[in-house]
Design a protein around this ligand. Structure first.
Ligand SMILES: *[C@@H]1O[C@H](CO)[C@@H](O)[C@H](O)[C@H]1NC(C)=O
Ligand SMILES: *[C@@H]1O[C@H](CO)[C@@H](O)[C@H](O)[C@H]1NC(C)=O
Length: 195
């Protein structure tokens, strides 16, 4: 039997380097379909995958806000990106984009404006589910949210209940934004890996 030639070994090594570079190059936030395709290319032994889709209602205005400003920086000039502002949230999550759409859970936590030069939020929240299948289970999100971009990708850093030992990714896309009040409805797509 012939030994593998040097050329074959060099070709294999080059293929490995190309594959590694392709993996490392995955840094930009993508369309959720592309995130899904990337995800399907991975192998996850003995883990379950759950995909969820819902709308996040962040209401700052009116008589019943679900997001309230709890802190802001003292600055000589008002920051155009609201740098230094922190909002505490208990935002409803619904099946559809309308406020009266069935509730699936709530997003409880806070987000802060962390961009000096461009609008960027640091999200720190738990998605607390209330549907029969996931009642009381949570997913924890900790991530960078450049809120004015089309798609934002944030990591799932853990979970409880059905979602114990969760990891995964969420994609957020603004469905509605009132620039005057800051009220927003955001579409969330979740891919969670758990046991
Ligand atoms: C969810 O759990 C709470 C607390 O245990 C319970 O009061 C509620 O009825 C449950 N809801 C559903 C939809 O199972
Ligand atoms: C945004 O909110 C302001 C103040 O409540 C309201 O007058 C305006 O109609 C709203 N705009 C949209 C697009 O909903």
């Amino acid at each position: 039997m012939a030994k593998p030639g040097l050329t074959a070994m060099v070709v294999a090594a080059l293929a490995l380097v190309v594959a590694m570079v392709a993996t490392l190059a995955h840094a930009e936030a993508d369309d959720p379909k592309k995130v899904d395709a990337w995800f399907n290319g991975l192998s996850h032994a003995d883990r379950k995958t759950t995909r969820l889709h819902f709308y996040f209602h962040d209401t700052l205005s009116g008589r019943n806000p679900t997001a309230v400003r709890v802190a802001e920086a003292t600055m000589t000039e008002k920051s155009p990106t609201l740098f230094g502002v922190v909002n505490m949230i208990d935002d409803p999550l619904t099946e559809g984009p309308e406020p009266e759409s069935p509730l699936v859970g709530r997003a409880q936590g806070f987000y802060g404006s962390v961009g000096l030069e461009s609008m960027a939020l640091h999200m720190n929240m738990n998605l607390v589910f209330t549907t029969p299948e996931y009642n009381g289970s949570t997913l924890s999100i900790l991530g960078h949210n450049p809120a004015l971009e089309t798609y934002r990708e944030m990591p799932i850093v853990g979970g409880t209940g059905v979602f114990r030992l969760a990891s995964g990714v969420v994609t957020a896309k603004t469905y509605f934004l009132n620039l005057t009040t800051g009220d927003a409805v955001v579409e969330y797509k979740v891919i969670a890996l758990h046991y």
